[in-house]
Design a binder for this molecule. Structure first.
Ligand SMILES: [Fe+2]
Length: 302
C-alpha cells in the first residue's frame, strides 16, 4: 500500500482517485485542503477533557445537527464549530471524489482530544492494535467506511501503522474468524427469518441494529484481529507520520490500521455506496462473498 501525496490539489487536473482508495492506499494532503480557521483549532485544543464536564470524544451528526460529548454550556458554540467543519470537509471531499458524492451518506464527525500513546483501554477499544473498522450501532450493509482525518495538534505528528489491505488479511484470516459458519447460519431458514424479523422491527422504529451477515462478520473480525497475536506481531508493515496540519483519507474497513501516538485529530466519516465504487468487486463484502460462496447481504437498508 502507498501514501499518495497530493501537494497542490486545487491546481491539479481532475483525476479519479477512487481506484487508489479502493486498492487500500491513503490519500495524503500535507496542508489542510479545506478552510479550518485557527480559532477553531485553538478552541478545540483548549477544551478540558480531564473532568466530567466533557467526555472523551465529541461526536457531531451532520444529518440532524446534533452534538454529543460536550457539556450543556458549551453545546451551542461547539455545534456551530462542528457544523462549519463538517460542511467544509464534506465540500472538499465531494470536489475530490464526485462519483462517490452522488450517493454517499454522511456519518458522524468527531474530535479525538486525548494522547493516543499509553491509553489504558480494554482490548476491543484499543486504537494501537491493528484492526479494520466496523460500527456496532450503524450497520453499513456492504457499503464502505471512508474517513477523513486532520491533525490539528500544533507540533506533534499522528503516527499510524497499517498492514496489507483487507483482501490479503481476509484471505488469510476470514475463515479462522468464523466466516463460513456465520454465512451458513445467515443463509439457513432460521437465519433468514431472524434477519427479516429484525429488519421489520427496525423499520417500525424500534431501537435495534438491523445488521446484515456482513455487518456481523465485520464486527467479529474487528475483535478477532485485535486479539490475534500473530497478526499483530507479523503483519504490521507500514508506518506513517501525519504532521500537524495534514489531512488524510482512507477506507478504514479496507485498510487495517492502528494509532500509536498523536493528539487532537478531527475526523469526518462518510459511508460510500458500494455501487459507486470504480470496482465494486474490491469492496470487503464482495471479497468475503467470494471466499465463502454465500450471500452476506439480506434486505439492504438503503
Ligand atoms: Fe479504526
Amino acid at each position: 500500500m502507498d501514501l499518495i501525496t497530493i501537494d497542490t490539489w486545487a491546481d491539479a487536473q481532475p483525476h479519479d482517485y477512487r481506484p487508489d482508495l479502493e486498492s487500500g492506499n491513503v490519500l495524503f494532503f500535507p496542508a489542510t485542503p479545506f478552510s479550518l480557521p485557527e480559532a477553531t483549532k485553538e478552541l478545540l485544543r483548549s477544551l478540558d477533557f480531564s473532568g466530567t464536564a466533557v467526555h472523551k470524544n465529541i461526536a457531531y451528526r451532520p444529518a440532524s445537527d446534533r452534538i454529543t460529548g460536550v457539556d450543556a454550556g458549551a453545546e451551542e458554540q461547539l455545534r456551530a464549530v462542528f457544523k462549519d467543519y463538517s460542511r467544509n470537509v464534506v465540500r472538499f471531499a465531494a470536489d475530490l471524489l464526485p462519483d462517490y458524492a452522488k450517493k454517499w451518506k454522511l456519518d458522524y464527525a468527531s474530535f479525538r482530544p486525548l494522547e493516543e500513546q499509553g491509553r489504558d483501554l480494554p482490548t476491543n477499544k484499543r486504537n494501537d492494535l491493528m484492526h479494520t473498522d466496523a460500527f456496532p450501532s450503524r450497520p453499513v450493509h456492504g457499503n464502505l467506511i471512508l474517513r477523513i482525518f486532520t491533525n490539528i495538534h500544533p507540533t506533534k505528528s499522528r503516527v499510524w501503522v497499517t498492514s496489507d489491505p483487507f483482501t490479503k488479511v481476509a484471505e488469510r484470516y476470514a475463515k479462522d474468524a468464523g466466516l463460513d459458519d456465520l454465512a451458513a447460519e445467515a443463509a439457513s431458514t432460521m437465519g433468514r427469518l431472524r434477519g427479516q424479523t429484525v429488519h421489520a422491527m427496525s423499520g417500525l422504529g424500534l431501537p435495534i441494529a438491523d445488521r446484515s451477515a456482513y455487518d456481523r462478520f465485520m464486527l467479529r473480525f474487528h475483535e478477532y484481529l485485535k486479539r490475534n497475536e500473530e497478526y499483530q506481531r507479523d503483519w504490521a508493515s507500514y508506518r506513517f507520520e501525519f504532521p500537524p496540519g495534514s489531512t488524510w483519507l482512507v477506507f478504514t474497513d479496507v485498510v487495517p490500521h492502528s494509532v500509536h501516538s498523536g493528539q487532537h485529530a478531527l475526523e469526518q466519516t462518510i459511508i460510500v455506496a458500494r455501487d459507486s465504487m470504480a470496482d465494486p468487486e474490491k469492496a470487503p463484502v464482495s471479497i468475503l462473498q467470494r471466499l465463502c460462496g454465500k450471500p452476506l447481504l439480506g434486505q439492504a437498508a438503503w
